[in-house]
Design a protein around this ligand. Structure first.
Ligand code: AMP
Ligand code: ZN
Ligand code: FE
Ligand code: FE
Length: 284
């Protein structure tokens, strides 16, 4: 007997971070694409999860609570880590709040440097650009262009905000092991997002030693050869495979919802790993 294959999408963004579509509308699009489950994985925030969950209950789509963190390794190289199956959001939420406040403090420091350099940008103009979002250099750049201090972002980054330029301020960054620990404390699985060609065997082994649980095998940024190689590596190293479209709301193009054919079985394996971990915690 042949059974229709069922698909999931474990990497998606909404307006809670930089997606174009509200959390409920992401779930609706997932239902329309025939997906049985999704993970909402907004950058550095869990704010979209309640709305997505409510929509999922209404539409019959399972919603896995997720997040996408940006962490840096010892060499300062930035890597995205998905936290999937977040069950206890509070400790993670607290850490994310700390980073959000650090970004705000950094914006204040950047504006102070600009003012010292004779650029009369106001902090309020930057805050207005950011609105509810976590403040980043693009918001400062937009405020500078809107204020007539520069003609475009390129000029802003070349003169002031690019790494090493006059008003550049480092941001507080999460270490890899710290990201894994936060995700585990929150009851979740830590997955290396879109490793692509940079996810070498050595790098993946090193991250697994720091506590990483799995790797994204299927992602629109991966060539067919990456998918093959990463899938084999996951099996060989006993890491969980994951995958998703990294949808940001575009109606078409490579990052289209549900186009990654991520099998339901991968989700089931993730859940089995979590159950095994909970069981061993109870025994410990
Ligand atoms: P932040 O997280 O605040 O450091 O801001 C990082 C963002 O700034 C990146 O995602 C880009 O959108 C933008 N950015 C960084 N460097 C440049 C650059 N040289 N030119 C234009 N935008 C840049
Ligand atoms: Zn994004
Ligand atoms: Fe990413
Ligand atoms: Fe993403």
């Amino acid at each position: 007997m042949s059974v229709a294959r069922r698909f999931v999408d474990l990497h998606m963004h909404s307006t809670a971070s930089d997606g174009a579509v509200a959390p409920a509308a992401v779930v609706e699009a997932a239902r329309n694409a025939g997906l049985i489950a999704i993970a909402l994985t907004d950058h550095d925030t869990l704010a979209g999860i309640p709305e997505a969950r409510a929509a999922g209950d209404r539409l019959g789509v399972r919603v896995i609570a997720g997040v996408e963190l940006s962490a840096v390794d010892a060499a300062g190289y930035e890597t995205h880590i998905l936290g999937l199956h977040i069950a206890r959001p509070e400790p993670l939420q607290h850490a994310l709040d700390v980073y959000r406040i650090a970004r705000r403090d950094r914006a204040i420091a950047i504006v102070a440097r600009l003012n010292e350099l004779g650029v009369a940008l106001s902090l309020d103009a930057v805050f207005a650009e950011a609105g509810e979002a976590a403040i980043g250099r693009p918001h400062v750049a937009r405020a500078l262009v809107a204020g007539g201090f520069a003609s475009d972002h390129r000029e802003v980054f070349d003169r002031w905000l690019g790494a090493g330029r006059a008003a550049f301020v480092e941001k507080r960054r999460l270490a890899m092991a710290e990201a894994f620990a936060l995700i585990h404390e929150a009851g979740g699985l830590a997955i290396y997002a879109h490793p692509g060609g940079e996810g070498s065997h050595e790098r993946i082994v090193a991250l697994a030693a720091l506590g990483m649980d799995g790797i994204e095998v299927r992602h629109p940024g991966h060539a067919a050869a990456d998918i093959q190689r990463l899938g084999a590596l996951a099996e060989q190293l006993d890491l969980l495979p994951s995958g998703g479209s990294d949808w940001h709301g575009a109606p078409s193009g490579p990052r289209t919802i549900g186009n990654m054919d991520v099998p339901e079985e991968w989700l089931e394996r993730q859940e089995a790993r979590l159950r095994a971990r909970t069981a061993s915690e109870v025994l410990a």
